[in-house]
Design a protein around this ligand. Sequence first.
Ligand code: FPP
Length: 247
Amino acid sequence: MSADKGRKKIPRHVAIIMDGNGRWAAQRKLHRLEGHHKGSETVEEVVECCRDLGVEELTLYAFSQENWARPSDEIEGLMALLKSFVFQKREKLIKNGIRLLTIGQTDRLPEGVLKELTRSIYETRQCSTMTLTLALSYSSRSEIIDAVNQVLRNAMANEEFSKMVNEDEFDRLLFTEGRTPPDLLIRTSGEHRISNFLLWQMAYTELYFTETLWPDFSRDDFMKAINEYQRRERRFGKTTEQIRATA
Ligand code: FPP
């Protein structure tokens, strides 16, 4: 088997909805923030796992726009955790060739968090082994509406501008700017929802749900998701025969 054929089975882009931190904490009679802290350890382990496996892109749903409605002490704790995580892991990201990016309305984040993120994004800009994208203050519906409004502004500002856009042009107006869509979405904690995450980008993504709470999600759990992905046949609307003929 050629290297390229073997490579096909590893998802190029994995997206994860990291859910269940609060329940993990509640089961132990701990504050919800303890769950988020343990969850940040899982983040580090999963990033390592993806890098070891040759996954090129990992996108983590770390904070949605809807999460701003949570109690203020939880938001403050999460922001403090994010800031220290980004600061503490900067050197490790650089050493491992991992580029950091964000998607979402990050201008809503506290200044200190934004400063650490901006510095890591800049200092990892040449890293090319893997890309880690944190979705922060992210809402897929807002992202799509912003893109639609951009199309309308372009059309109104320029007589010559084509008033119709195709899928590729629209894709480039999103936070993800024409990057590879996720091959595999993992959601932890037994919830079977997409929760306003990458709605446009996940048109053909394979969905994988596990009961495991995010703080308990291990390398073995990740490999189970990869194994399940490897058993799936991705047809993109074609027939099995057509897919096999071109494999
Ligand atoms: C959802 O669990 C999780 C979040 C809203 C925050 C995710 C944050 C982390 C995993 C840690 C910090 C992240 C980084 C990138 C360092 P939940 O709180 O909704 O859990 P529940 O559904 O059990 O209440």
